[in-house]
Design a protein around this ligand. Sequence first.
Ligand code: PMV
Length: 305
Amino acid sequence: MTNAAIGFGGGKIILVGEHAVVHGAPAIAVGIGRGVSSIAHPADRDSLQIEPWGKTWRPNAESEDPLERAFERILSRYADRPPLRFVVRVALPPGAGLGCSAAIGVSLIDALDKALGVLRSRAELGSLALEWERFFHGDPSGIDNLAAALGGLICFQRSSPPRSISPKSSFYLVVAHSGQRSSTKEMVARVSRQLEQRPDWARSVLDEVNTLALRAETAIRSGDLSALGNVLDRNHAILRSLNLSTPRLEGLCQAARSAGALGAKITGAGGGGCMVALATGAEQASRIASALEAEAFIEEVGRAA
Ligand code: PMV
Protein backbone atom coordinates (compact mmCIF):
# COMPACT_ATOMS: atom_id res chain seq x y z
CA MET A 1 0.00 0.00 0.00
CA THR A 2 1.21 3.52 -0.70
CA ASN A 3 -1.68 5.70 0.39
CA ALA A 4 -3.38 6.34 3.73
CA ALA A 5 -6.73 4.60 4.40
CA ILE A 6 -9.48 5.93 6.67
CA GLY A 7 -11.83 3.89 8.89
CA PHE A 8 -14.77 4.94 11.05
CA GLY A 9 -16.63 3.59 14.08
CA GLY A 10 -19.63 5.40 15.56
CA GLY A 11 -20.67 5.94 19.15
CA LYS A 12 -24.01 4.61 20.37
CA ILE A 13 -26.84 5.35 22.76
CA ILE A 14 -28.62 2.44 24.44
CA LEU A 15 -32.35 3.17 24.66
CA VAL A 16 -33.29 0.08 26.61
CA GLY A 17 -31.65 -3.05 27.96
CA GLU A 18 -28.06 -2.24 28.97
CA HIS A 19 -26.66 -4.72 31.47
CA ALA A 20 -29.64 -7.05 31.01
CA VAL A 21 -28.27 -7.63 27.48
CA VAL A 22 -25.11 -9.12 29.02
CA HIS A 23 -27.38 -11.73 30.67
CA GLY A 24 -29.34 -12.61 27.53
CA ALA A 25 -32.14 -10.02 27.35
CA PRO A 26 -32.68 -7.98 24.16
CA ALA A 27 -31.54 -4.35 24.01
CA ILE A 28 -32.11 -1.47 21.61
CA ALA A 29 -29.33 0.90 20.62
CA VAL A 30 -28.93 3.70 18.15
CA GLY A 31 -25.67 4.53 16.41
CA ILE A 32 -24.75 8.21 16.51
CA GLY A 33 -22.95 10.51 14.10
CA ARG A 34 -20.02 11.31 16.36
CA GLY A 35 -17.43 8.62 16.76
CA VAL A 36 -13.84 7.68 16.02
CA SER A 37 -11.85 7.89 12.79
CA SER A 38 -8.59 6.05 12.24
CA ILE A 39 -6.08 6.69 9.49
CA ALA A 40 -3.66 3.88 8.56
CA HIS A 41 -0.37 5.13 7.08
CA PRO A 42 2.44 3.04 5.60
CA ALA A 43 5.29 3.03 8.17
CA ASP A 44 8.52 1.33 9.30
CA ARG A 45 6.86 -0.30 12.31
CA ASP A 46 3.36 -0.75 13.77
CA SER A 47 2.11 1.97 16.10
CA LEU A 48 -1.14 3.42 17.38
CA GLN A 49 -1.41 7.10 18.22
CA ILE A 50 -4.63 8.26 19.87
CA GLU A 51 -4.66 11.99 19.36
CA PRO A 52 -6.61 13.49 22.24
CA TRP A 53 -4.75 11.26 24.69
CA GLY A 54 -1.29 12.28 23.40
CA LYS A 55 0.22 8.81 23.61
CA THR A 56 1.54 6.15 21.25
CA TRP A 57 1.06 2.40 21.74
CA ARG A 58 2.85 -0.60 20.19
CA PRO A 59 1.32 -4.04 19.64
CA ASN A 60 2.38 -6.33 22.51
CA ALA A 61 0.60 -9.52 23.55
CA GLU A 62 2.45 -9.57 26.90
CA SER A 63 1.84 -5.93 27.85
CA GLU A 64 0.05 -4.94 31.06
CA ASP A 65 -1.80 -2.32 29.02
CA PRO A 66 -4.97 -3.84 27.48
CA LEU A 67 -4.72 -1.39 24.57
CA GLU A 68 -1.39 -2.88 23.49
CA ARG A 69 -2.74 -6.42 23.83
CA ALA A 70 -5.92 -5.55 21.92
CA PHE A 71 -3.91 -3.82 19.18
CA GLU A 72 -1.70 -6.89 18.82
CA ARG A 73 -4.73 -9.23 18.62
CA ILE A 74 -6.39 -7.22 15.87
CA LEU A 75 -3.16 -6.92 13.83
CA SER A 76 -2.58 -10.67 14.18
CA ARG A 77 -5.79 -11.26 12.19
CA TYR A 78 -4.03 -9.96 9.06
CA ALA A 79 -1.27 -12.22 7.73
CA ASP A 80 1.67 -10.95 5.61
CA ARG A 81 0.93 -7.26 5.84
CA PRO A 82 3.22 -4.22 5.75
CA PRO A 83 3.80 -2.27 9.01
CA LEU A 84 1.22 0.47 9.66
CA ARG A 85 1.02 3.61 11.76
CA PHE A 86 -2.50 4.45 12.93
CA VAL A 87 -3.56 7.95 13.87
CA VAL A 88 -6.86 7.86 15.74
CA ARG A 89 -9.16 10.83 16.37
CA VAL A 90 -11.66 10.21 19.15
CA ALA A 91 -14.71 12.49 19.25
CA LEU A 92 -16.41 10.60 22.12
CA PRO A 93 -15.79 10.92 25.85
CA PRO A 94 -14.27 7.71 27.24
CA GLY A 95 -16.01 6.00 30.18
CA ALA A 96 -19.27 7.80 29.40
CA GLY A 97 -21.54 4.98 28.21
CA LEU A 98 -21.34 6.04 24.55
CA GLY A 99 -19.30 3.08 23.32
CA CYS A 100 -15.92 4.81 22.94
CA SER A 101 -13.75 1.68 23.09
CA ALA A 102 -15.93 -0.21 20.58
CA ALA A 103 -15.83 2.75 18.19
CA ILE A 104 -12.02 2.77 18.36
CA GLY A 105 -11.88 -0.98 17.64
CA VAL A 106 -14.30 -0.72 14.71
CA SER A 107 -12.49 2.27 13.20
CA LEU A 108 -9.11 0.50 13.42
CA ILE A 109 -10.40 -2.68 11.75
CA ASP A 110 -12.15 -0.61 9.10
CA ALA A 111 -8.91 1.29 8.37
CA LEU A 112 -6.94 -1.99 8.26
CA ASP A 113 -9.46 -3.57 5.87
CA LYS A 114 -9.32 -0.56 3.57
CA ALA A 115 -5.52 -0.31 3.70
CA LEU A 116 -5.10 -3.99 2.86
CA GLY A 117 -8.02 -4.39 0.45
CA VAL A 118 -9.96 -6.79 2.71
CA LEU A 119 -13.67 -6.89 1.85
CA ARG A 120 -16.19 -7.69 4.57
CA SER A 121 -19.65 -6.45 5.54
CA ARG A 122 -20.13 -3.90 8.33
CA ALA A 123 -21.84 -6.67 10.37
CA GLU A 124 -18.75 -8.89 10.00
CA LEU A 125 -16.54 -5.95 10.92
CA GLY A 126 -18.66 -5.35 14.05
CA SER A 127 -18.41 -9.01 15.04
CA LEU A 128 -14.62 -9.01 14.67
CA ALA A 129 -14.43 -5.92 16.90
CA LEU A 130 -15.83 -8.04 19.77
CA GLU A 131 -12.31 -9.49 20.08
CA TRP A 132 -11.03 -5.94 20.70
CA GLU A 133 -13.82 -5.17 23.20
CA ARG A 134 -13.02 -8.25 25.27
CA PHE A 135 -9.68 -6.71 26.31
CA PHE A 136 -11.51 -3.80 27.95
CA HIS A 137 -14.88 -5.07 29.15
CA GLY A 138 -14.30 -8.65 30.24
CA ASP A 139 -17.55 -10.16 28.99
CA PRO A 140 -19.09 -7.63 26.60
CA SER A 141 -22.50 -8.52 25.17
CA GLY A 142 -21.50 -7.39 21.67
CA ILE A 143 -24.04 -4.57 21.36
CA ASP A 144 -21.47 -1.73 21.38
CA ASN A 145 -19.26 -3.13 18.61
CA LEU A 146 -22.25 -3.94 16.36
CA ALA A 147 -23.85 -0.53 16.91
CA ALA A 148 -20.46 1.10 16.22
CA ALA A 149 -20.18 -0.75 12.92
CA LEU A 150 -23.79 -0.70 11.71
CA GLY A 151 -25.20 2.65 12.88
CA GLY A 152 -28.98 3.20 12.80
CA LEU A 153 -31.41 1.64 15.27
CA ILE A 154 -30.80 -1.99 16.15
CA CYS A 155 -32.34 -4.58 18.41
CA PHE A 156 -29.63 -6.91 19.68
CA GLN A 157 -29.73 -10.12 21.66
CA ARG A 158 -26.70 -12.29 22.42
CA SER A 159 -26.12 -15.14 19.95
CA SER A 160 -28.53 -13.71 17.36
CA PRO A 161 -27.77 -11.42 14.44
CA PRO A 162 -28.83 -7.79 15.12
CA ARG A 163 -32.15 -6.63 13.65
CA SER A 164 -32.51 -3.17 12.24
CA ILE A 165 -35.57 -1.13 13.35
CA SER A 166 -37.17 1.52 11.13
CA PRO A 167 -38.89 4.25 13.13
CA LYS A 168 -42.27 5.47 11.88
CA SER A 169 -41.28 9.05 12.62
CA SER A 170 -38.09 10.74 13.69
CA PHE A 171 -37.47 11.68 17.32
CA TYR A 172 -34.80 13.49 19.28
CA LEU A 173 -32.51 12.35 22.04
CA VAL A 174 -30.75 14.69 24.43
CA VAL A 175 -27.58 13.19 25.86
CA ALA A 176 -25.97 14.85 28.87
CA HIS A 177 -22.70 13.92 30.55
CA SER A 178 -22.73 13.66 34.34
CA GLY A 179 -19.08 14.74 34.34
CA GLN A 180 -18.18 11.49 36.13
CA ARG A 181 -16.25 8.75 34.35
CA SER A 182 -17.06 5.11 35.05
CA SER A 183 -15.68 1.69 34.22
CA THR A 184 -17.98 -0.56 32.19
CA LYS A 185 -16.06 -3.62 33.40
CA GLU A 186 -16.65 -2.72 37.07
CA MET A 187 -20.33 -1.86 36.53
CA VAL A 188 -20.95 -5.13 34.66
CA ALA A 189 -19.29 -7.04 37.51
CA ARG A 190 -21.39 -5.09 40.07
CA VAL A 191 -24.63 -6.07 38.30
CA SER A 192 -23.57 -9.70 37.83
CA ARG A 193 -22.82 -10.02 41.56
CA GLN A 194 -26.27 -8.68 42.49
CA LEU A 195 -28.07 -10.93 40.00
CA GLU A 196 -26.15 -14.00 41.21
CA GLN A 197 -27.00 -13.26 44.85
CA ARG A 198 -30.76 -12.96 44.14
CA PRO A 199 -31.66 -15.37 41.32
CA ASP A 200 -35.46 -14.92 41.62
CA TRP A 201 -35.17 -11.17 41.45
CA ALA A 202 -32.66 -11.52 38.59
CA ARG A 203 -35.22 -13.53 36.60
CA SER A 204 -37.91 -10.91 37.17
CA VAL A 205 -35.53 -8.09 36.15
CA LEU A 206 -34.55 -9.88 32.93
CA ASP A 207 -38.20 -10.73 32.15
CA GLU A 208 -39.22 -7.13 32.61
CA VAL A 209 -36.39 -5.81 30.41
CA ASN A 210 -37.45 -8.34 27.79
CA THR A 211 -40.98 -6.87 27.88
CA LEU A 212 -39.64 -3.30 27.85
CA ALA A 213 -37.49 -3.96 24.77
CA LEU A 214 -40.50 -5.39 22.93
CA ARG A 215 -42.62 -2.40 23.96
CA ALA A 216 -39.89 0.02 22.88
CA GLU A 217 -39.59 -1.63 19.47
CA THR A 218 -43.37 -1.51 18.94
CA ALA A 219 -43.44 2.13 20.09
CA ILE A 220 -40.61 3.10 17.70
CA ARG A 221 -42.18 1.28 14.76
CA SER A 222 -45.59 2.86 15.42
CA GLY A 223 -44.32 6.35 16.33
CA ASP A 224 -45.79 6.20 19.87
CA LEU A 225 -43.20 8.40 21.57
CA SER A 226 -45.11 8.70 24.80
CA ALA A 227 -45.00 4.88 25.19
CA LEU A 228 -41.27 4.97 24.36
CA GLY A 229 -40.76 7.62 27.05
CA ASN A 230 -42.51 5.40 29.62
CA VAL A 231 -40.16 2.55 28.70
CA LEU A 232 -37.14 4.81 29.27
CA ASP A 233 -38.43 5.87 32.70
CA ARG A 234 -39.17 2.30 33.77
CA ASN A 235 -35.81 1.06 32.50
CA HIS A 236 -34.14 3.83 34.49
CA ALA A 237 -35.91 2.64 37.66
CA ILE A 238 -34.53 -0.86 37.04
CA LEU A 239 -31.00 0.45 36.49
CA ARG A 240 -31.31 2.52 39.69
CA SER A 241 -32.40 -0.59 41.61
CA LEU A 242 -29.17 -2.21 40.37
CA ASN A 243 -27.16 0.60 42.04
CA LEU A 244 -26.08 2.12 38.74
CA SER A 245 -27.36 5.64 39.30
CA THR A 246 -25.66 8.53 41.06
CA PRO A 247 -27.09 11.73 42.60
CA ARG A 248 -25.85 13.63 39.53
CA LEU A 249 -27.55 11.21 37.08
CA GLU A 250 -30.78 11.37 39.15
CA GLY A 251 -30.61 15.19 39.01
CA LEU A 252 -30.14 15.14 35.23
CA CYS A 253 -33.08 12.75 34.69
CA GLN A 254 -35.34 14.87 36.92
CA ALA A 255 -34.28 18.11 35.22
CA ALA A 256 -34.90 16.61 31.78
CA ARG A 257 -38.38 15.39 32.76
CA SER A 258 -39.24 18.78 34.31
CA ALA A 259 -38.16 20.46 31.06
CA GLY A 260 -40.65 18.30 29.11
CA ALA A 261 -38.75 15.09 28.25
CA LEU A 262 -41.10 12.15 27.63
CA GLY A 263 -38.68 9.89 29.52
CA ALA A 264 -35.10 9.88 30.77
CA LYS A 265 -32.58 7.27 31.85
CA ILE A 266 -28.98 6.32 32.36
CA THR A 267 -27.47 5.14 29.09
CA GLY A 268 -24.62 2.62 28.97
CA ALA A 269 -22.87 1.21 31.98
CA GLY A 270 -23.95 3.85 34.53
CA GLY A 271 -22.17 4.67 37.78
CA GLY A 272 -21.39 7.97 36.03
CA GLY A 273 -21.32 8.62 32.30
CA CYS A 274 -24.37 9.85 30.45
CA MET A 275 -28.11 10.32 30.70
CA VAL A 276 -30.41 10.17 27.68
CA ALA A 277 -33.77 11.95 27.47
CA LEU A 278 -36.47 11.65 24.80
CA ALA A 279 -37.96 14.68 23.04
CA THR A 280 -40.54 14.86 20.29
CA GLY A 281 -39.08 17.77 18.37
CA ALA A 282 -35.93 19.84 17.86
CA GLU A 283 -37.17 22.83 19.85
CA GLN A 284 -38.19 20.76 22.82
CA ALA A 285 -34.84 18.95 22.68
CA SER A 286 -32.95 22.22 22.74
CA ARG A 287 -35.06 23.47 25.70
CA ILE A 288 -34.23 20.28 27.59
CA ALA A 289 -30.53 20.55 26.76
CA SER A 290 -30.43 24.17 28.00
CA ALA A 291 -32.18 23.24 31.26
CA LEU A 292 -29.61 20.59 32.15
CA GLU A 293 -26.56 22.64 33.12
CA ALA A 294 -24.34 19.90 31.74
CA GLU A 295 -22.31 19.17 28.64
CA ALA A 296 -25.06 17.93 26.31
CA PHE A 297 -25.74 17.15 22.67
CA ILE A 298 -28.85 16.41 20.63
CA GLU A 299 -29.21 13.46 18.26
CA GLU A 300 -32.02 13.18 15.74
CA VAL A 301 -33.02 9.55 15.18
CA GLY A 302 -34.70 8.23 12.05
CA ARG A 303 -34.54 11.25 9.79
CA ALA A 304 -35.34 10.20 6.22
CA ALA A 305 -32.10 10.16 4.19
O1 PMV B 1 -20.84 1.86 28.89
P1 PMV B 1 -20.69 1.31 27.53
O2 PMV B 1 -20.78 2.31 26.47
O3 PMV B 1 -19.45 0.49 27.42
O4 PMV B 1 -21.95 0.33 27.28
C1 PMV B 1 -21.98 -0.89 27.92
C2 PMV B 1 -23.28 -1.65 27.75
C3 PMV B 1 -23.42 -2.78 28.76
O5 PMV B 1 -24.67 -3.40 28.52
C4 PMV B 1 -23.41 -2.25 30.19
C5 PMV B 1 -22.31 -3.81 28.63
C6 PMV B 1 -22.42 -4.73 27.43
O6 PMV B 1 -21.42 -5.38 27.12
O7 PMV B 1 -23.50 -4.84 26.82
